[in-house]
Design a protein around this ligand. Sequence first.
Ligand SMILES: C[S@@+](CC[C@H](N)C(=O)[O-])C[C@H]1O[C@@H](n2cnc3c(N)ncnc32)[C@H](O)[C@@H]1O
Length: 260
Amino acid sequence: MNVDKIYMTSSENMTEIRDKSINLVVTSPPYNIDIQYGNKTYKGKIVESKGVKYNDKMSETDYREMLKRVFEECKRVIKDDGSIWINIKNRLIDGAIVTPFWIQDFFEDMYLKNVIIWNFDWGGSTNKRFAPRYEYIFWFVKDKNKYTFNLDDVKIPALNYRPDRYKSQLKNPTDVWRISMVSGNFDERTGHPAQYPEQLIERIILTGTNPGDIVLDPFMGSGTTAVVAKKLGRHYLGYEVVRDYCNMANERLQRLEEQG
Ligand SMILES: C[S@@+](CC[C@H](N)C(=O)[O-])C[C@H]1O[C@@H](n2cnc3c(N)ncnc32)[C@H](O)[C@@H]1O
């Protein structure tokens, strides 16, 4: 099986990937909130139209069925000790918050190990309600006892460390992660409208895989998962339906290779 490849086709059928061959899936699915994937937008308006290449405004039923097909494929391809990490958020639909807990219905045959709150300090502003400043990461494992969890590789400094009380100056990062969104002045910023930060994915890949393992992202976007996997000595596989984003991801990977 090939590795270190992004397929420009839908991940609803991952015919290129063998059963039980992947160590970890990490992804952020499309939100179905009419994001103009493939167009350049500013303040909600299209400023440069390259033609919408992906429809982010399906019926809610079609949307969930599409995700179900993709996640069935993810379950098929992960190893018995593999895991699936999904970054998803609340959506404001018709004036009301829709939480994403329905995603759990797709994983009744797996074990939910953590619901992580990813908290960040900037984003869209509003004076009609409190400004939303968190997203979720759902972490599912196939085997409730046998899975990779390299806690020592992701421990953080214990601010209240007292040598008389604690064995270590490092501690468990807990299930609330404060990691900045990718802002405009970050080196890693691309033109993708829904890019997640490398630092977020770094913690997940370090925790859930070992060097040489294979990480899959079925919604690859600008290639963040692939870039972090390579930086950490892992392999990647991915799917992305928009050609411009595949190109963006491959250019990021090329730059990384050139930097050595
Ligand atoms: C939320 S974005 C992922 C962004 C990515 N995490 C990053 O850091 O750039 C979701 C992506 O999924 C892609 N997509 C939507 N449906 C897809 C499908 N069926 N198969 C593969 N990719 C799809 C969209 O074009 C979009 O780029």
